[in-house]
Write a protein that binds this ligand. Structure first.
Ligand code: SF4
Length: 402
């Protein structure tokens, strides 16, 4: 199987992707509305918030998707990425109560749980032979400070040196800094030294404090989210960033959110992947949410690809949007579908029905169905391997009809 390496800065992008993009867009036919935006994209000029609004409101969704697809292919040819990971949500006990959250429990709830280090390691050991990443996010536990997580990460990295720990959202880092009376930098440095490999992007929601006051009052502010990720990047921890859409925000809020993230990426180069996902509604949480349809999910992915010129990867997070839409999203600018996952509570308690039993062959098949070449990557997008799924025995033995 073909293998290759990249740098953290390029994260698998072709070095000459902008030139390839200019050449590939040159002879394309675009509608009058899209021509000025396509010209900017071809010249490598940053799209404005107004351009983003045009893309969001353009009646021809396929045209927006096609433009985003050109950018995706210029960066990565026809490769699409996935990894071999497991999600372990270490606790559902949380001192906050965000209005969109179906996962959190108070400490005394009958279904509250908190995995101690031994239980966590036991859980991880069931998957350790075939994953190279553990993704762990959870509630804000009132008793677990930075030293708890230091000991957890030390134990995990000693026992499973081949597994990268991607863990703790910005609000969890803020909680640890408050509980431990330390700065963000001190907390992140202790955790990095203990084995933390990267930060997931969760908790960005919409980076507008008015929207945050409605949907997640008490969480970190927009500026704190950015400050925590900035600090992580400064000490050498790469991270992802996210956007939860379809609650109470406007299109402009979404675009300003993207603008804040790309500006931080300009400054630090530390964001590797943007993960936009829609709010999954039920009758009890955030009844005023506008929600997002399938086409809006595809459009948001395409707009993200076009707006976020300084963030290399756009993920179609199948745990949230499901396999069918994730497959389609690979034609609308996304280049990554996350990983095997195996266990997941946060999205599934909110209503996701995405399958959790996918092995690497099933994931690669999903990518092939979208017309792309499946590539297995590591957590930080530095090591790649084209994945060829083994042919099932039953098919291998089939005789061709004469
Ligand atoms: S989203 Fe996170 S911080 Fe908010 S209630 Fe749920 S677990 Fe707690």
């Amino acid at each position: 199987m073909e293998q290759w390496s990249s740098t953290q800065e390029l994260a698998g992008c072709l070095k000459d992707w902008q030139q390839r993009l200019s050449e590939s867009l040159e002879f394309e036919q675009w509608s009058e509305t899209i021509i000025p935006i396509a010209e900017k994209v071809a010249l490598g000029e940053r799209l404005s918030i107004e351009d983003g609004l045009i893309l969001y409101q353009h009646p021809n969704l396929n045209e927006v998707g096609r433009l985003a697809d050109f950018v995706r292919k210029s960066r990565f040819e026809n490769f699409a990425f996935f990894n071999s990971n497991v999600h372990i949500n270490q606790t559902n006990v949380c001192v906050l109560a965000c209005r969109f959250c179906a996962f959190r429990r108070s400490k005394n709830s009958t279904d509250a749980y908190s995995l101690d280090i031994e239980a966590y390691v036991e859980d991880l050991s069931k998957y350790a032979d075939y994953v190279d990443e553990v993704h762990s996010v959870g509630g804000l536990h009132p008793d677990w400070d930075v030293y708890y997580y230091r000991d957890l990460f030390k134990t995990v990295s000693e026992k499973f040196p081949h597994i990268t720990i991607k863990s703790l959202t910005a609000v969890e880092i803020k909680h640890l800094s408050q509980l431990s009376s330390m700065s963000f930098r001190e907390v992140l440095t202790i955790l990095k030294d203990a084995g933390l490999g990267s930060l997931p992007g969760g908790g960005a929601e919409i980076l507008d404090d008015g929207v945050r006051a409605i949907i997640c009052n008490g969480k970190e502010s927009s500026e704190e989210y950015l400050e925590i990720h900035r600090t992580a990047h400064e000490i050498g921890l790469p991270s992802n960033c996210t956007m939860l859409f379809g609650t109470v925000e406007t299109l402009k809020h979404r675009l300003i959110h993207m603008d804040k993230l790309r500006r931080l990426a300009d400054e630090t180069g530390g964001f590797q992947c943007f993960v936009p996902y829609p709010f999954l509604p039920d009758s009890s949480r955030l009844p005023e949410a506008q929600c997002a349809t399938g086409t809006e999910v595809l459009r948001t992915i395409a707009v993200s690809r076009l707006m976020l010129d300084s963030i290399p990867h756009i993920k179609a997070y199948r745990m949230n949007i499901g396999d069918g839409l994730a497959e389609l999203a690979l034609q609308f600018g996304a280049d990554d579908i996350d990983g095997t996952v195996q266990k997941e509570s946060i999205m599934h308690l909110a209503g996701s029905t995405a399958p959790l039993d996918h092995d690497l062959s099933k994931l690669s098949k999903l990518i092939e169905n979208a017309g792309c070449i499946p590539v297995k990557r590591n957590t930080t997008y530095e090591k790649f391997e084209i994945f060829i799924a083994p042919t099932p025995k039953a098919i291998r033995g089939l005789k061709m009809a004469k």
